[in-house]
Design a protein around this ligand. Structure first.
Ligand code: UDP
Length: 471
């Protein structure tokens, strides 16, 4: 009788930023450890083109099941939509589990921080549950500490008199740099985060997309924390080629970016992108356009329609909502046609970061973008917008010193002169040289961590060994 393959179920919460790291982890399990994987994919409304493209491109031994879409009539925040989409998908998850347990040797369930409700289903089937923490160890440490902090403070975290010192991290963190959902104690999203954090202790272990050499102090402190389950730093897990190439329906759009880069001088281009969901206000977008122009630096800018209401305006839909360029300052495209390329909505980021012409990245500091920059040794300008991006910016600009961060004015606006100054500083200044050098060293450390015998490779092997040898 053919041997039943070792199997893992992965359930990422909705959104490309959640799906991609799960897919990359699954590829490692398949290629390095002879495991097959099934993705349970919860959806809010119909799946986007980007998600569909990723799922259709999954390699052999990785299957997926699209769970019935959850629709929202009520107006709820993105974080809550994500958690509710999972909760409302549980009965379909149970059906998939039934068939997986009957047909495979299901060793583990892996979910991200919003998916801990699925632990209950896994337990019904005696399948161990693992949390895949998609950002860094510092965010996990902060979240771990939150219930305690919640008990002792009465104000909003941004009004705390003292910044918070977390074990193993040298820089005290200001409340204003805490992740968004923790900024408003009266909001449901805050309560959800505290509840989610309490459910972490139900996990049999926590995988983190970081590596020992990136966050040694914080990882060690977490591993020594008695109330914490086993911690597995297994990163950087990133894409080696861009998925979702056909997001805009045309391959030529993707090729255009690379062709344009091919014609630029080595290290001369600043890549500007705010991830899959990041949007700027009208005023900020205008300042950025004029700042880029003022810097006289070559640039490749992925631009999205501005949104005055929300910095995560396109989280579930990576496409610009209206005319992709109609909102740019008058004459901007014409004046900068020799200086830069502006593309709507989406660019093949991994290829762009790996291209020799790319010399810097103005980023919203999403964790995938951060790791992709580290792997390719591209120094950064940190421009966080939402979620845990401000915390990531602190790590990048104050702890690792691989990013410059432009100052914000009281109304949160970053002015064109500051933008031009920070771009020149990164691409040509003395600070830029130091930052580039540090980023290159980090690049080498990242490569070592995932090489044969590297820290992250060993950690993942230990975990798989545990899975394969459990009863
Ligand atoms: N991405 C891309 N092209 C784009 C924008 C984003 O390929 O134009 C990819 C990027 O390479 C990364 C992911 O989408 O892998 C974004 O994840 P991240 O955690 O950086 O930010 P999020 O989109 O979740 O805010």
């Amino acid at each position: 009788m053919a041997q039943v393959k070792h199997h893992v179920a992965c359930m990422p919460s909705p959104g490309m930023g959640h799906l991609i790291p799960h897919v990359e982890l699954a590829k490692q399990l398949v290629l390095r450890h002879d495991i097959s994987v099934t993705f349970l994919v919860p959806t809010i409304g119909p799946p986007s083109k980007a998600i569909t493209s990723v799922l259709q491109g999954l390699p052999e031994h990785i299957n997926h099941v699209l769970l019935p879409p959850v629709n929202f009539e009520e107006d709820v925040k993105a974080e809550i939509q994500i958690v509710l989409a999972i909760k409302r998908s549980l009965s379909s998850v149970r059906d998939v589990f039934k068939s997986l347990v009957a047909s495979t040797h299901l060793m583990a369930l892996v979910v991200d921080p919003f998916g801990t409700d699925v632990f209950d289903v896994a337990r019904e089937f005696y399948v161990p549950s693992y949390l895949y923490f998609l950002t860094n160890a510092l965010s996990l440490s902060l979240l771990h500490y939150m219930p305690k902090l919640d008990e002792v403070i009465s104000c909003e975290v941004r009004d705390m008199e003292q910044p918070l010192k977390l074990p193993g991290f040298t820089i005290p963190i200001h409340g204003r740099d805490f992740p968004d959902p923790l900024q408003d104690r009266k909001n449901d999203a805050y309560r959800f985060m505290i509840q989610i954090r309490k459910r972490y202790s139900l996990a049999d272990g926590i995988l983190i997309n970081t590596f020992m050499e990136l966050e040694p102090g914080v990882i060690k402190a977490l591993q020594e924390e008695p109330s914490m389950r086993s911690i597995y730093p297994i990163g950087p897990i990133i894409r080696t080629v861009s998925d979702g190439e056909l997001v805009d329906g045309s391959e030529s759009h993707q090729c255009m970016c690379i062709r344009w880069l091919d014609n630029q001088a080595s290290g001369s281009v600043l890549f500007v992108s705010f991830g899959s969901g990041g949007t700027l206000s009208y005023d900020q977008l205008e300042e950025l356009a004029l700042g880029l122009e003022l810097s006289e630096q070559q640039f490749l800018w992925v631009v999205k329609s501005p949104d005055d209401k929300s910095a995560s305006g396109s989280f579930f839909d990576v496409h610009s909502k209206t005319d992709p360029f109609g909102f740019l300052p008058t004459g901007f495209l014409d004046r900068t046609k020799e200086q830069g390329l502006v593309v709507p909505s989406w660019a093949p980021q991994v290829e762009v970061l790996g291209h020799p012409s790319t010399g810097g990245f103005l980023t919203h500091c999403g964790w995938n973008s951060t790791l992709e920059s580290i792997v390719h040794g591209v120094p950064l300008i940190a421009w966080p917008l939402y979620a845990e991006q401000r915390l990531n910016a602190v790590i990048l600009s104050e702890d690792l010193n691989v990013a410059l961060r432009p100052p914000e004015y009281e109304n949160g606006l970053i002015k064109r002169e500051e933008i031009a100054k920070v771009i020149k500083g990164l691409m040509h200044g003395e600070d830029g040289v130091i930052i580039r050098d540090r980023m290159n060293r980090l690049k080498d450390a990242a490569a070592a961590a995932v090489s044969d015998g590297g820290s992250s490779t060993k950690t993942l092997s230990q975990l798989v060994h545990k899975w394969k040898n459990q009863n």
